[in-house]
Design a binder for this molecule. Sequence first.
Ligand code: SAH
Length: 342
Amino acid sequence: MQNPLERILIEMIRGQGPLSVAQFMALGLAHPQHGYYMKQDPFGREGDFTTAPEISQMFGEIIGAWTADIWMQLGSSENFNLVECGPGRGTLMADLMRSTKNVPGFHEACKIHLIEISPALKEKQKEALPPYKVQWHARLDTLPQDAPLILIANEFLDALPVQQYVQTGEGWQERFITVDESNRFEFSPLSTGEIIESSSARVSFVENLCALLEKTTGAALFIDYGALYSGTGDTFQAVHKHKSVNVLEHIGYADLTSHVDFEALVKNIHERKIKISGPVTQGNFLKANGIEARAAQLFAQAPAQKADIENSLKRLVDSDQMGTLFKVIGLSCGKNINPAGF
Ligand code: SAH
């Protein structure tokens, strides 16, 4: 029994031929009616996965301090556009805004813009951010260019589609997804050779952002799982109810991602007027921005929660948890802008 999206994909493949891994990923996540992000709220204990801002308020607070610091380096500009890409439930932005309440002038200067495709998550974001005026966008190109820009994105790039190439007897071939006679999805070619990945969607997103930053000045911060340097290997993965599942099953009901190749992401921007900070590991970035001092302050205020706070600190920074697999990169443009924590 196939679900509606699986039936649509089978028909597409039978009619027009195999789908590339990138097309399959884009449809699995963002098909207008049946894509994974078009239906449900995927987060939390009952959902499919848990992200750093959902683990602890400290994550958003540290990014809040980072953002306020950039804003001050921009001369505490009278107006600025604060953009978050893929804000999920809005938790990171809510913690960021709460933690910057006492920074004089910051809230008055700030206009919030959220780049989001999921209608269900937009509703959650509305609920999480009631005191603030928020504008939603589907893409970067509709963002205003009238003021400096500060952009943050946690686990956003991993959701943009990736291409895969497989080494065969006849050289590298793009990997496609097709269906067999019994309507089961399978990869083609079936070769077991080495796999390399590249994501034109991520690279062009970053390039477009850099072009925008050159116009507006400001900075961007991307946090995601992936490697510092380009390598080989298949990192295309599906997660359903906190478990890793076959990427060719549960289509439309599983989150599809792949690891971000941080080297490839910034390879084309060296000629631009953009400063690249990092990538560094999430553990080092959060520690350099004071997460341990923040945790100590929180235990002092709420001693009964000490074990919980310690546990979430460990999840965010320890190497065997998210601390090393997740990387952070900063991009900035403007006189003497120096993003903190790298
Ligand atoms: N940053 C959040 C959510 C990460 S999940 C957190 O850390 O909890 C990925 C987010 O990106 C979701 O909000 C999803 O709806 C959004 N998203 C996925 N693909 C997108 C695209 N192509 N354009 C805009 N948003 C997208």
